[in-house]
Design a protein around this ligand. Structure first.
Ligand code: KIV
Ligand code: ZN
Length: 523
């Protein structure tokens, strides 16, 4: 079978909307812009950049992403009312290729929420899609919870949306309930039964509650869908959305039985996966397909033997295909600036001379403490450099005394707005003592929701990456940091999150300054 345009599958990424909606996965304005830029560069056809009416922050992010987009269509989400749709248009209209995505829940359970009967809802769909289409010639409509909507009613409302001007009809499996055979049949049934279906694109939007999101999305393509909605690392509400890297690599590797193409440059997958993990605070599980740390690791003797004889024995795709450098040699304390620049280039970081100078100092410091500096160590180092820029609170020093008999003691100095503040605190373990010291110096009411430690590489000298998530008055922020010392990484991650809290507060409470968070010398 040959691949033609009708077999081109459009990739619609919703990391910045459905992904970011996942509790705790909030990203800053700049992070959203950066991720959008990476998505655009890797060949994502449509970026769902946010939900403009949800907040001023979402509106500003979608607007800015729309202004900066190079190739991708920029889409915003809107509920089925004129106010949402107008706000969405105000944000996406700046893009060369804007799209409005409007939706309403059509299943019996979802119809009960706005308390509309079938006829009233049909009328609402007609009016809102018509309104969106009068603003923008690229309109997507979604019957939320489509997979639990009565088939005849689904056909009726899809026909209404097409007649009102929708150019893409998305069929969401909102609660992750469907199964592959059903997913294919549903799209096939709609294409066969609904008048006008041949003139539009059907999309599939799956959630992973039963672990079937990727299979369901691919089955929908078999049934005739030509747009897959997905997120990097499968980020998303509850068990997440379909993972972009999984569907894209499945279509590439099994093109023999699924002769469909995408426009994705798969060598960019690893970089964006790592970046989304960092900014969302949602670490990728080690055995996650495609992007997990172990996805290309062949540990057991029998596997290694086979791999040495012929990589295809156990490998169905090459690490290079997803952007992992297959033969990655670690750097050490004797490596020079040119070797560091070369390695950073290969990892996708373009550095100016000054930036390289700063990273080189930190690299040397790390290499003194750690025999081999791996790719993952360098990535953590560069990311850290990013988060420390403009930080108002900086960890200057930390000394922890641990004994088998508690409590542990942390002696700490923080630089806050250019001035050093020191204290000593005790706690139930070194991390608790350290966090208590931070709390004593920077009084705040944020609650720690998550504390997670991952080893960046192997060995007792490995760097630890610590992720924290905290919440204050409904505002959720995350922080991440890496160090060969887990307690130091913990302190820096906590302080990164606090810095973000300050930035967010400054935005929501104009005129707010760091004095809103009180700090004092206790030493
Ligand atoms: O899961 C869902 O139904 C959605 C819609 C808003 C498309 O995310
Ligand atoms: Zn969704």
């Amino acid at each position: 079978m040959t691949t033609s345009d009708k077999n081109r599958v459009v990739i619609f990424d919703t990391t910045l909307r459905d992904g970011e909606q996942s509790p705790g996965a909030t990203m800053t304005h700049d992070e959203k812009l950066e991720i959008a830029g990476m998505l655009d560069e890797m060949g994502v056809d449509i970026i769902e950049a946010g939900f403009p009416i949800a907040s001023e922050g979402d509106f500003a992010a979608v607007t800015e992403i729309a202004k900066n987009a190079k190739n991708s269509v920029i889409c915003g989400l809107a509920r089925a009312n004129f106010k949402d749709i107008d706000r969405c248009w105000e944000a996406v209209k700046h893009a060369d290729k804007p799209r409005i995505h409007t939706f309403i829940g059509t299943s019996p359970l979802h119809r009960a929420i706005p308390n509309l009967n079938k006829d009233e809802m049909a009328e609402r769909i007609h009016d809102t899609v018509t309104h969106a289409r009068n603003l923008c010639d690229n309109v997507q409509w979604s019957p939320m919870d489509a997979t639990r909507t009565e088939e005849d009613y689904l056909c009726r409302v899809v026909e209404i949306a097409i007649k009102a001007g929708a150019t893409t009809i998305n069929i969401p499996d909102t609660v992750g309930y469907t199964a592959p055979v059903e997913s294919a049949d549903l799209i096939r049934m709609l294409i066969n039964k609904v008048p006008g279906a041949d003139d539009i694109i059907f999309a599939t939007h799956c959630h992973n509650d039963l672990g079937m999101a990727t299979a369901n999305s691919l089955a929908a393509v078999e049934g005739g869908a030509r747009q897959i909605e997905c997120t990097i690392n499968g980020l998303g509400e509850r068990a997440g959305n379909t993972a972009l890297e999984e569907v894209v690599m499945a279509l590439k590797v099994r093109n023999d039985i699924m002769p469909f193409t995408t426009g994705i440059d798969t060598t960019k997958i690893m970089n964006i996966s790592r970046r989304v993990a960092t900014v969302s605070g949602f670490a990728v599980q080690f055995n996650k397909a495609i992007v997990g740390k172990n996805a290309f690791a062949h540990e057991s003797g029998i596997h290694q033997d086979g791999m040495l004889k012929n990589a295809e024995t156990f490998e169905i795709m090459r690490p290079e295909d997803v952007g992992l450098s297959g033969t990655s040699l670690p750097l050490g304390k004797h490596s020079g600036r040119a070797a560091l620049r070369d390695k950073l280039d290969k990892l996708g970081f373009e550095m100016g001379d000054n930036e390289l100078k700063d990273i080189f100092v930190r690299f040397k410091d790390l290499a003194d403490r750690k025999k081999e500096v791996f790719d993952e160590d360098l990535i953590a180092l560069v990311r850290q450099e990013d988060t420390e820029e403009d930080a108002r609170i900086i960890v200057k020093s930390l000394a922890v005394v641990c004994g088998t008999e508690g409590p542990q003691t942390a002696e700490m100095t923080l630089e806050i707005d250019g001035k050093d503040h020191s204290t000593k605190a005790t706690g139930d373990g070194p991390v608790d003592a350290t966090f208590n010291a931070i709390k004593a110096l920077v009084e705040h009411s944020a609650r720690l929701q998550l504390y997670q430690v991952h080893a960046v590489t192997e060995g007792t000298d490995a760097q630890a990456t610590v992720s924290v998530r905290m919440e204050e008055n409904g505002m959720i922020v995350t922080g991440q940091s890496a160090d060969t010392d887990t307690v130091v990484a913990s302190a820096k991650a906590y302080v990164t999150a606090l810095n973000r809290l300050l930035v967010r507060r400054e935005k929501t409470e104009p005129g707010y300054d760091v004095k809103g968070v009180s700090y004092k010398d206790v030493s």
